[in-house]
Design a protein around this ligand. Sequence first.
Ligand code: GDP
Ligand code: MG
Length: 371
Amino acid sequence: MPEITTKSTERSILISVDTGKPGWSYSFKELERLANTAGAEIVGEVVQKREKPDPRNYLGKGKIEELPSAARLLEAGTVIVDDDLTPAQQHSIEGISGLKVIDRTALILDIFAQHATSSEGKLQVELAQLNYRLSRMKGKGIELSRLGGGIGIRGPGETKLEVDRRRIRNKISRLKKELIVLEKRRQIQRKRRLRSRIALIALVGYTNSGKSTLLSSLTHSDVYIDDKLFATLDPLTKRMEAGGEILLITDTVGFIKKLPHQLIAAFKSTLEETRKADLLMNVIDSSAEDLEFQIKAVQDVLSEIGVSGVEILEVFNKIDVLSPEDIEYLKRNHPGAVFVSALRGQGLDVLKKVVRKHVTLHSQNLKINSS
Ligand code: GDP
Ligand code: MG
């Protein structure tokens, strides 16, 4: 989808509304990292303090009118917005500024599109992109669409927009059918696993916290790792051994703050693995200055996808870059958590023991349930 794809060195200006809510600066920093991951070069930032975004132009009109000259000075061609825009806002900002406008959903979709590798991942991203495009098309050509599509109405009487929309809807239903087939296959695999009573551990956590690194060191395998947001998109499941017990461990999509709703819907089936797991390991980057913000972001997404009743083990990663005092502080505040360095292999034995204990409890529960 060329209109929302950022090229490798797209010089961009970030814009955001600071409503004074706590955590705004972290959320803005997250946008900056997302933009970098998508391949944008940030050359300017415009932040406006106001109660809420302007319904017409997101920022005040005056601020939007300043964008063209700022963009000329900075040689920027793109504006990246910290929130989701209504189609009307997007239209208006584009009209006034003459710049390409990308909102948060479009930005994340672009990153997902670049990183999806499995056929299911690719289908999910394409579906989300089409839904996004369809939602942008609303409000135009309403007069005609009242008549509906179908026999007798197609043809010259139909506007180009109508044709486009119908094509997109058809494509959407095709993709949905393909996804259902893949979902069924996944269900069969899940049933097989349940029968074999092999426990499943799902790694969750804020993106870049070290989930893939931990998966790799726990299973002694090579997993793609990159210091970027969403370096992995598709869940990957591997076998691991803990105290003689064989378990499955799966990597999931990294979580972020303000994960757009459309995307949560799009990744429902991927995230389903999380809901069906026997144990969740919440991998936390202990070196992140916005640590508590990240923990909250993960909790929010988990409750949004309806994870309840699954045990969550907090795993503080990257302790190799922390001072002993910092580690002590975290230990005091998070009793029950495990502290590791996935990169240096520190604390992994303790982690395995704790996991083993959880898994033993799990199989006892299974026996009780089935007797
Ligand atoms: P994911 O997005 O959660 O899968 O995170 P990755 O496993 O891809 O890791 C993100 C970045 O953090 C990479 O640059 C890793 O090398 C780095 N990283 C992971 N674990 C550790 C750790 O224990 N210590 C340090 N210092 N860096 C780590
Ligand atoms: Mg990863």
